[in-house]
Design a protein around this ligand. Structure first.
Ligand SMILES: *[C@@H]1O[C@H](CO)[C@@H](O)[C@H](O)[C@H]1NC(C)=O
Ligand SMILES: *[C@@H]1O[C@H](CO)[C@@H](O)[C@H](O)[C@H]1NC(C)=O
Ligand SMILES: [Cu+2]
Length: 187
């Protein structure tokens, strides 16, 4: 009897961990400009950087820069096109700004330092309106647990894939540790 209960408990723990793994790997973290960061140096093509990504609601966008020289302004499409930094929707200036994308559609950002937006320091984070929403914890009751359907573009120097991978590996490690704990008492 106790043996059956332990087996059931173990099974449930594994199912919960697999479900949380799905959620964990679903939100990606993107550093704008990858290793170049948020800058006017080297004329990083932020448009090109953004179009190769598969942004989803819940993703975190990090702007990393020297706050003495740059900032981040979230703006409307009209302001984005005109590069006029006098009336932003929001301004960020820590030099390491994490912005979580909470809605679908376009999210426009540029640097508000005069001339920088014109020089190309601007980015459009677009979450396609027809993109799938994140899977719900219904995986808990389903016998087959889908692994993430949201894997960022496979670029070796991309922090996002590493973070996602680390998360998945961490969960796998925890599941294996739990397995080691449970197995001697079952056998
Ligand atoms: C920028 O926008 C403000 C209003 O938000 C306007 O007063 C100003 O003239 C604009 N600047 C330019 C260069 O268009
Ligand atoms: C920026 O913040 C992230 C956490 O949000 C941290 O991992 C990273 O090391 C920070 N980078 C710098 C340059 O401070
Ligand atoms: Cu700037």
């Amino acid at each position: 009897m106790a043996l059956v209960e332990r087996a059931v408990a173990f099974f449930m723990v594994v199912m919960i961990m697999m479900a949380s793994m799905v959620q964990f790997s679903d939100a990606a973290v993107y550093k704008v400009g990858d290793s170049a960061g948020w800058t006017t140096i080297g004329h990083v093509d932020y448009k090109e950087w953004a179009v190769t990504k598969n942004f989803q609601v819940g993703d975190v966008i990090i702007f990393e820069y020297n706050p003495q020289f740059h900032n981040v302004m979230r703006v409307t499409h009209a302001i984005y096109k005109s590069c006029n930094g006098s009336a932003p929707l929001a301004t960020f200036s820590t030099g390491n700004d994490s912005i979580t994308i909470t809605t679908k559609g376009h999210h426009f950002f540029f640097c508000g330092v005069p001339g920088h937006c014109q020089a190309g320091q601007k980015v459009d984070i677009n979450v396609p309106r027809d993109s799938q929403t994140a899977p719900t914890p219904s995986a808990l009751t389903s016998p087959t647990v889908p692994v993430s359907n949201h894997v960022p573009a496979p670029s070796p120097n991309e922090a996002a894939s590493l973070i996602t991978l680390n998360g998945a590996l961490g969960m796998l490690g925890m599941a294996m540790a739990l397995f080691a704990l449970f197995v001697p008492s079952i056998a």
